[in-house]
Design a protein around this ligand. Sequence first.
Ligand code: ATP
Length: 388
Amino acid sequence: MSKELIRLSQCTMAFDGEVVLNSIDLVINDKEFLTLLGPSGCGKTTTLRIIGGFATPTSGDVFFDGVRINDLPPYKRTVNTVFQKYALFPHLNVFENVAFGLRINRHGGKKLSKAEITQRVMEMLEIVSLKGFENRDVTSLSGGQQQRVAIARALVNRPKVLLLDEPLGALDMRLRKDMQNELKRIHEAMGITFIYVTHDQEEALAMSDTVVVMDGGVIQQIGTPEAIYNEPVNAFVADFIGESNIVDGIMIADGVVEIFGRRFKCLDGGFAPNEPVDVVIRPEDVDIVDVKDGMLTGTVTNITFKGVHYDVIVDFKGFKWLIQTTDFCPVNSYIGIKIDPDGIHIMKKSAYSGMFGDYSSYSAEYDEIGDADYEPEEPDIEEAPYEA
Ligand code: ATP
């Protein structure tokens, strides 16, 4: 990855004494696509505003290219922002909306010629796939096209960094997916840094080089999408990113964890002997097998067809797991499960332990919406005792 461009060092933000960002340390590299991801109110927009210069941290420092910029006003930063509400000028056409930033001119005091403006606007319209739209009224464009105009308008000044605050939030699902691909392409074409804010984990995983997971004004984890998904640092990250079963475990030794009284091989190590841990197991990493071959055995309480797979809820001594499988398992059947060592991920205990990872309420929801008259067939697998 290329060189460091932005650094937030111990940045804290408080409003009326209430801390909403707590001592954030974050390094953003040149040309990186970095996403701030977390639930509503976790401090994503505040972080973005600090980078854009719209907010000054209560304490801590912001560096751009190694220079401290805490007091530098937004218009002096080589940073531009795209918001969820595009705020285009309805009385101007596409060309003039994009040209606006060039006409108000802050290009080192030098006024751009008409030809230069035309060339740069056309260049941008090409990049956002709106060539041929220059004379269109912006009010006649679709939501996705309007968002492209807003992106072109933000990029035409050639910023070093583009800040995007939930820019796809107003678009429907299909368009969102299309625009995610478009944004990735535009990022590559521009070769600049994108800092993106979203609460949508799928969007973050699909687009980013780096994901920063936040909660309660604290950065929980920074990593590639793969690292965040495969090696979450705590139960919050494991729960927020994708589906996960999170159970209590005891780390017996390196590579051996005890869950529900049974020992499982895993790939993690470095914990104290017999240290209590959180264990995350993704639904797609669990195989359903015959009871006699099962590492654990439990009873199916729900099955829902999801297209590519079934979502199966299985009760293990009152703790309900979600398992995703292409095999149909009738409700009430007694099954065994197998998990390979690389499907078991160990996390340190944290303030989030015990808060997530049991699918009892998920199952109850299905029960409620299910057909009340539905009588499950008798299981054809003989009940076997729970082998703890
Ligand atoms: P969302 O996804 O809902 O926009 P967010 O993660 O972007 O959430 P922020 O907008 O950064 O969250 O807000 C973090 C917290 O700071 C919230 O509790 C918010 O109410 C509070 N906050 C933000 N700006 C101000 C302000 N100017 N005055 C007081 N409180 C503020």
